[in-house]
Write a protein that binds this ligand. Sequence first.
Ligand SMILES: C[S@@+](CC[C@H](N)C(=O)[O-])C[C@H]1O[C@@H](n2cnc3c(N)ncnc32)[C@H](O)[C@@H]1O
Length: 275
Amino acid sequence: MRDSEFEFIRTLVYEHSRIKLGSDKRELVSARLGKRLRATNLDSIGEYCRFLQAGSCDDELSHLIDAISTNHTFFFREAAHFDFVRQHALPEMIERNRVERWPRFYAWSAACSSGEEPYSLATTLIEGLKGSTWGWHIEATDISRRILARANDAIYREETVSRLPPETLKAYFQRGIGPQEGNYRVRPNLRDRVSFHYLNLLKGEAPFRDPFHVIFCRNVMIYFDKETQEELVNRLARRLVPGGYLFVGHAESLSGIKHPLQLVKPATYRRPPQS
Ligand SMILES: C[S@@+](CC[C@H](N)C(=O)[O-])C[C@H]1O[C@@H](n2cnc3c(N)ncnc32)[C@H](O)[C@@H]1O
């Protein structure tokens, strides 16, 4: 790939998604563009750049971001966050709800990838709210339409679910038979509680009206520069109920950025209850 082509691609990706591609990512970008060349029937990266330059290709821009960003995730990743929800956030909100009378416990998985994060949270909430009449729902968003389609299908390979406790697997997953042998599908009792939507976290406001009790925004900010992180964290903070929690990835410290949240534990922040 020529210098000018790499510069063009990395500027475009930054403008659209705030993902910063350092010079060390040149090989990776080049490898991942191979897929896009095949999909668009173009012969060279130069042609592909001209195709993008010609405009009127918003769809291709999304495919490009998709090819470049990483969707790596797994069930109960950074498990301490799910423990915190079960042991602290949920009991606290159940208690507060006696007075607040919120319509439901409301959560947002803000860069949900293929769904492992929101479905892990869903099993946590279903267990934690057993015996309660309080409803709950999870909104799950991502910038990748391809990955959202997988999340919506909610079908996972055996290797992906094999480390879940057997009782969780039994209660919340259906084992595939025939052509689906080796696959597990999330049962409707969880699927119906999670809604997936396309959302670029850096463009415009999320289309949700009610404030959230918890927001998971994990392992996505790592790609963004400090200024973008600050803008995003402040936007997310405004979407929390007073006393609500924001979870970020353990590699994503918010130190060095201005925000109104209190640090509760590593990678766990709270909107001040009186704010
Ligand atoms: C590494 S995965 C993290 C998944 C999950 N949160 C976790 O921690 O396991 C990062 C996800 O962020 C998404 N993403 C990247 N930039 C985004 C943006 N600007 N808005 C929304 N999602 C974005 C990617 O498509 C990808 O699915």
